[in-house]
Design a protein around this ligand. Structure first.
Ligand SMILES: Cc1cc2nc3c(=O)[nH]c(=O)nc-3n(C[C@H](O)[C@H](O)[C@H](O)COP(=O)(O)OP(=O)(O)OC[C@H]3O[C@@H](n4cnc5c(N)ncnc54)[C@H](O)[C@@H]3O)c2cc1C
Length: 287
């Protein structure tokens, strides 16, 4: 199928984007990398009368340190993140996740902001944002608004972003030396969306784990943090007995949902195995 007819605008500043959004309201759709939007237009799941292309808006680009956080502009592509020394140095979880996102051609165009805005439960960036306690910086007619990742994802493809807002950037707190991470994902073929995936982070100290974050993709109908399992692990020194307890806690807590290829029970089992592997990975970095 072909997309319905639409007008096209290519503003070069954030102010122009906001003016176009105000003028066209619900009839407008923001176009970032187009790697999701083009498909939904072609399938006629969305029929906007105008696309507002964000490619020429420099304010939405760039990766930089801003205070104690790394700021990733909304229009930064998946490839940009994979190639970034700043990301590799400060937030290696993101570097580890990049190769799991689709294929190179899609990674060259698809954007961080587009992925966060779309809020796909099986996508990598929403889970990483949760695991890293990131903040979404949104802009609308009332100005800027910062939304913590754990408040941002509200349901299946649903976020706290309002119709008159766009994402300008995400801010991710820089990590210290004791901060460990693990990223794991199972997909049917390389580049497919995740069947189940886990982005895990914690500070690993001789006295125990701190700030444990377990963020899941593909497991339930939205990007999801298993907070009860996190709480069980918080302050504890990892042992095989604790890992077994954590796996049981996760099974009780996270009510996995079936997809076209995997049952809920299979996903629950896979998540348990993934948790065990991730905790072993975190433990290897214990001082
Ligand atoms: C074959 C295929 C496989 C894929 N596999 C994966 C995968 O394994 N993992 C994965 O994570 N993704 C995957 N994707 C999706 C891809 O990563 C997209 O790049 C990603 O969803 C973001 O899309 P985009 O930047 O191209 O945004 P677009 O497609 O341009 O936009 C997506 C949506 O977000 C809105 N939007 C975009 N930018 C903003 C903004 N700044 N503020 C507010 N709203 C905005 C748009 O209006 C639109 O509704 C795949 C895509 C394809 C085609």
């Amino acid at each position: 199928m072909k997309a319905p007819a639409f007008s096209y605008a290519r503003p070069s500043s954030l102010a122009e984007v906001l003016a176009l959004m105000a003028e066209h309201g619900e009839e407008a759709r923001l176009l970032a990398g187009g790697q999701t939007l083009h498909a939904t237009l072609n399938m006629r799941l969305s029929e906007p009368s105008i696309l507002i292309d964000l490619q020429a808006v420099n304010e939405l680009k760039g990766i930089e340190i801003a205070g104690d956080a790394l700021r990733i502009g909304a229009m930064v592509t998946h490839t940009d993140i994979g190639n970034s020394d700043l990301v590799a140095q400060h937030l290696p979880l993101l570097s580890a996740a990049v190769p799991h996102i689709a294929h190179r051609a899609i990674r060259n165009l698809g954007t961080f902001g587009g992925s966060i805005a779309y809020g796909d439960p099986a996508a990598e960036w929403p889970a990483c944002l949760l695991a890293l306690d990131g903040v979404v910086v949104a802009m609308g007619p009332q100005g800027k608004r910062r939304i913590a990742a754990h408040d941002f994802f509200t349901g299946l493809y649903s976020t706290d972003l309002q119709d008159d807002e766009l994402i300008v950037a995400c801010e991710l707190p820089l990590k210290t030396g004791t901060h460990a991470f693990a990223f794991d994902e199972l997909a049917r073929r390389h580049g497919d969306y995740a069947v189940v995936g886990l982005a895990a982070t914690a500070q690993v100290k001789a006295t125990g784990l701190q700030h444990v974050r377990l963020a899941w993709l593909g497991a339930v109908s939205q990007p999801y943090r298993s907070t009860q399992t996190e709480a069980l692990l918080e302050g504890q020194v990892l042992s095989e007995a604790l890992i077994t307890q954590a796996m049981q806690c996760l099974k009780d807590e996270m009510l996995t949902e079936a997809d076209l290829t995997h049952s809920a029970a299979a996903k629950s089992h896979l998540a348990g195995v993934m948790l065990k592997r991730a905790l072993h990975t975190l433990n290897r970095t214990r001082p």
